[in-house]
Design a protein around this ligand. Structure first.
Ligand code: HMG
Ligand code: MG
Length: 316
């Protein structure tokens, strides 16, 4: 593996440090066809922490039939006891919260949708019914001293409904904040956002009283826009960015199924901008190459390919 790093040349108006919210073990693996053995997941998370990632979304406490890839949450969490990182988990309802609390989870995320179609498809609820489902979850979690993130999906476009109005996104964002979410993560679930759209949404959220310091961005890379969108968000002052090691998730060979922004691609850019992340890019890349071998397919991340000395995914 070559050890090249970009030359650090800071640009004006960007945060000095970015907190990377690593979603590979959850968003990545939930979308992989293969169910990864629980001990491999535990090793993956430990390796990510060793590479310097301090927030690693570990799994989901959702209905096992809806997401069989993460049905082993109860077996996974006890294996993570020595891991030195925040380990948030997804929780959709009180049943999920009960399961998470039993295992000593300290941080959760609820996950709403800006559109009715995805709310129905993902949660079997309308948008408003989903918020009503989350409200007691967030209240109980906060009472128990947990930190709560609120995801909002389809913020920039929806596969069934097409364009999504910014006002609609702001309305549901406000609801997530009003029920008590500490942080709001804006999901570009299908990767259709572009930088001007990102900045327009952030501006509208600020106008509605949602401060930038509470906002994270969550870009999927379907159209290769995730890094450009991230830079637009950083220019607006956002300093929490979601990413998935190796760009895990979906399948690069299947139409319209792609993963999140690859953490390595993000760290490469942030290193070049002189922005602190605490992440060791070499160790992270080695982890993604290791995970790719377990999945039996190469990482789609350009940075992983470049740093692991391969020029095409087939060579990894
Ligand atoms: P439902 O069928 O409406 O559930 O599903 P229900 O409330 O009617 O309950 C039916 C049965 O399921 C009951 O069992 C419950 O106990 C059980 P019964 O009494 O019939 O024996 N049940 C559960 N079991 C275990 N754990 C639970 C649970 N809840 C109910 N938590 C539900 C509603 C929300 C459960 C379902 O729709 C679900 O699990 N959805 C999860 C979908 C999901 O995980 N999607 C991926 C995450 S979102 C995402 O990836 C987007 C994001 O990355 C951001 C972005 O990119 O945009 C975050
Ligand atoms: Mg996602």
């Amino acid at each position: 593996m070559s050890a090249s790093l970009p030359m650090s040349v800071p640009a004006a108006g960007l945060p000095a440090r970015v907190r990377i919210h690593e979603v590979g073990p959850r968003d990545g693996l939930q979308n992989e066809k293969m169910v990864v053995p629980v001990e491999v997941k535990a090793d993956f998370i430990a390796r990510l922490a060793d590479a310097g990632l301090d927030t690693i979304e570990a799994t989901s406490f959702v209905h096992p039939k809806w997401v069989p890839q993460l049905a082993d949450a109860e077996a996974l969490m006890p294996r993570l006891e020595g891991v030195d990182a925040r380990l948030p988990v997804l929780v959709p309802n009180e049943r999920g919260l009960d399961r998470a609390l039993t295992l000593g989870v300290r941080e959760i995320a609820v996950f709403g949708s800006a559109t009715e179609s995805f709310a129905k498809a993902n949660l079997n609820r309308t948008v408003d019914e989903s918020i009503a489902m989350f409200a007691p979850v967030v209240a109980r979690a906060r009472e128990a001293g947990l930190r709560v993130r609120g995801y909002l999906s389809m913020c920039f476009g929806d596969p069934w409904e097409g364009a999504v109005e910014i006002d609609q996104v702001v309305r549901v964002s406000r609801s997530l904040i009003d029920i008590g979410c500490d942080e709001l993560s804006l999901g570009d679930t299908i990767g259709v956002a572009t930088p001007g759209h990102v900045q327009a949404l952030l501006t509208a959220l600020n106008a509605a009283g949602v401060g930038t310091e509470r906002i994270a961005v969550h870009f999927h890379d379907t159209y290769g826009q995730a890094l450009a969108n991230t830079l637009a968000a950083l220019q607006h002052g956002v300093s929490t960015v979601d990413a998935s090691a190796g760009g895990l998730g979906g399948c690069p060979y299947a139409k319209s199924a792609t993963g999140n922004l690859a953490t390595e691609d993000l760290v490469w850019m942030l290193n070049g901008l002189g922005i602190e992340t605490g992440v060791d890019l070499g160790a992270l890349t080695a982890t993604s190459v290791w995970m790719a071998a377990h999945l039996g397919r190469p990482s789609p991340s350009r940075t992983v390919r470049a740093l692991s000395g391969t020029t095409s995914p087939q060579e990894q």
